[in-house]
Write a protein that binds this ligand. Sequence first.
Ligand code: UD1
Ligand code: CA
Length: 462
Amino acid sequence: MTELGVILLAAGLGKRMKSSLPKVLHRLGGKPLLQYPLSAAQQFEPKKITVVVGHGAERVRQACSDRDVAWVVQERQLGTGHAVLCTREIYRQFAGDLMILSGDVPFITKQTLEALLSHHRKEKAALTVLTACMDRPAGYGRILRDGRGAIEGIVEERDASEAQKEIKEINAGIYAVSAPFLFPALERISNENDQGEYYLPDIVDIALQDGARVCAVQVENPREIAGINTREELALMEKSLQEKINRGWMEAGVTLKDPQTTYIDEEVVIGKDTFIGPNTHLLGRTVVGERCRIDGSAYLTDTQLSDEVHLRFSVVLSNCRVEDGAIIGPFAHLRPGTSLGRQVHIGNFVETKEAAIGEGTKANHLTYLGDVTIGRETNIGAGTITCNYDGFKKYRTAIGDRVQVGSDSTLVAPLSLGDDVYVATATTVRRDVPAGALVYNERQERVKEGWTEQKRKKMKKL
Ligand code: UD1
Ligand code: CA
């Protein structure tokens, strides 16, 4: 079998994005654009995948550091033809076929690439171009065909005549090409065009001059090869990806009250009969169980909810784990390292961080619980604060089972409260408290009768 290699072009800045971030790192469905064609390429298990990077090369590499690919740096972006030529050394000994993909064409599928490659091989072509017919072809290179319908060349829009601009068949920027043809051909292309760049599509002319076979394969669904060049295109693509993902979850038995304002990343998983209200964001590797209820305005990142969890209106959770039946919010902020046991209640204006909270425990109002471990069936009163930071270091608080922490208590870490401890209201606890004990601060309460009237009289005199 002929060997296969893949070249992915990702060196361009993406001028039309007007961004200092390399275009292929702009996010779609929560992932950098480049991850999409990379995944498509990897499904072929090619001998080698080479990614050509340039603008922000180091950042691009970092964003894909989990991938087994070879990186080639194109120091100056002299055009797509030049970009491919930069991989010449890597493929010097390579006599097989190469697929060339574009880093900014995210929705290309394995099936389409398979069709491209098998046509290329069946026809024994030197070069096979993927094309599509578009109602609005603006921005793309146009496919020129001769009287008999054979491909004759590709002209970039900015170099095209008015008549050529009318052509609806466009170059997808994706090719199958035989390596021994490719590299010598690239050395022969010129940069005499409107942009002064070396255009990869110009190898069509070289092949035809040499009498080599050039084929074209048309994709059925032009949306698949839509490239992203502007932020508007990115937003439209995000919208259509979102619609597809949301449709998928509704088909799988999830209710989305308002799919228009529900944002679910690609890798998220949601269980059956879960209800999701408006303006919900489920991001990263978030997992939501069955029969959960998310009232609305929820922002979840890399968070796992088990079954029957109820997120009331307006909550933010990042890197949290929540067990069955817990109720959270409204207006709660659960920060990384929070894990809630079954039936935990976290109420309004509660913030947690690195907090492991046991089954049935409640913290219903106005509380900060940071760097803390809490047992089961404990009640944290309103206004309780774990003082975990002395300006230099963070310290942990441990609270046992069935503890009653009275309202307005401050727990100064490092600290441990045993099981069944009772913290009186407005206590500042600085020392460990053994199981079953009451802790309170000695403080005298005084009442001065008639004080208000005296005060008012005094104020009027002044
Ligand atoms: C390219 C094609 C066009 C096609 C369109 C499909 C050329 C000249 N034109 O145009 O016919 O219709 O794709 O989407 O190829 N890149 C580099 N180094 C460079 C220049 C570009 O790596 O020096 C990379 C970019 O990062 C991008 C890809 O090549 O991933 C395509 O470049 P882009 O500038 O977006 O080409 P288009 O104008 O879209
Ligand atoms: Ca492009």
